[in-house]
Design a protein around this ligand. Structure first.
Ligand code: GAR
Length: 211
């Protein structure tokens, strides 16, 4: 069953090109959603400018002002609820989130990661892929669980590693695929085509029905 337009809360730390891709997809009517609030842990994140340029409410929550991750996440949850958010997107959000956030939005916290998980979780996906010598890299969109980049996978897109690639060049090509994969995954959620099954044994699995 279709969920209807998603009320998105987008968490960012940096440049916000994935946020821009979400705005672009909404404006192109490829994504049935509205960004209700953009939250950054960094005051200087350029993503905030992108939100302001569209009149979208922004909020800076500095993680350093909190005693621990749970207290930080509790404040994030408060702001997300204030804006009636139904689905949370981690779009270049460089903090590890806790069950405080995850349990507040069950199966509705989505992360985009610049590697083909489960390879190369963490903060330097493209550089690690390059250092390992893989020939195919890419990005992953997944639901967030209690681990770091371990949650059930919604979508992945691959990128060939080119001879002479450095981490920045590879990351830039992966980013292009993120900008496709993330809005598409969100639209699949909006259309009610994404199901998470939790078998008694083994990992939870996501099924994305085609249209
Ligand atoms: C993206 O490549 C995203 O996958 C990555 O940070 C970049 C943010 O770009 N996230 C992580 O590495 C999370 N572990 P953006 O701010 O331009 O969207």
């Amino acid at each position: 069953m279709s969920e209807g337009p998603l009320a998105l809360g987008v968490l960012v730390s940096g440049g916000g090109t994935n946020l821009e891709a979400i705005f672009g997809a909404i404006e192109a009517r490829e994504l049935s959603a509205a960004v209700r609030v953009v939250i950054s842990n960094k005051a200087g994140a350029y993503a905030l400018e992108r939100a302001r340029a569209r009149g979208v409410p922004t909020c800076v929550i500095d993680h350093r002002a909190f005693a621990g991750r749970e207290a930080f996440d509790a404040e994030i949850v408060r702001v997300l609820r204030d804006h009636a958010v139904s689905c949370v997107v981690l779009a270049g959000f460089m903090r590890i989130v806790t069950s405080v956030l995850i349990d507040a939005f069950p199966d509705r916290v989505v992360n985009v990661h610049p590697a083909l998980l489960p390879s190369f979780p963490g903060v330097h996906g493209p550089a690690q892929a390059l250092a390992y010598g893989v020939k195919v890299a890419g990005c992953t969109v997944h639901f967030v669980d209690a681990g770091v980049d371990t949650g059930p996978i919604i979508a992945q897109r691959a990128v060939d590693v080119a001879e002479g690639d450095d981490a920045a060049a590879l990351a830039a090509r992966i980013l292009v695929e993120e900008h496709r994969a993330l809005p598409q995954a969100l639209q699949a959620i909006a259309e009610g085509r994404v199901r998470v099954d939790r078998p008694a044994e083994g990992r939870p699995r996501v099924t994305v029905r085609s249209r």
